[in-house]
Design a protein around this ligand. Structure first.
Ligand SMILES: [Zn+2]
Length: 117
């Protein structure tokens, strides 16, 4: 597959990673990032940062171990989902999930009931 980012971008990311892991060799870090350049840059950046934070990963070569937990944690379910503001309350028609006034009044009513002996 063709690379999704250039070697120059890999160098920029390597610079950031070496702030997290100063012991990592600059060239080795760039080479490791270059080796996984067929993957989306955002995934590489996140996996690489997780790898840099993992002290069991002794060298930047560990970035290329795409079957590691760091890469596995990037599965669709683990990705942060953008907040959908238009999502409906699952229980009340016309309510917005998370900010539903009907849910809120139910909560208040429930709390009041609990407080009453
Ligand atoms: Zn509701």
């Amino acid at each position: 597959m063709s690379p999704t980012y250039s070697r120059q971008h890999a160098a920029a990311l390597a610079e950031l990673l070496r702030l997290i892991r100063p012991s990592w060799d600059a060239l080795a870090t760039i080479n490791a990032l270059h080796d996984v350049a067929d993957r989306p840059l955002a995934d590489v950046a996140r996996a690489a940062i997780l790898t840099a934070q993992d002290h069991d990963a002794r060298t930047p070569r560990a970035i290329t171990f795409t079957d590691s937990d760091h890469w596995r944690s990037l599965t669709a379910d683990a990705r942060p989902q953008p907040v959908r503001r238009t999502e409906q309350c699952p229980r009340h028609e016309g309510g917005t999930a998370g900010r539903c006034p009907m849910c809120r009044s139910e909560q208040i009513a429930h709390t009041t009931t609990e407080e009453t002996p």
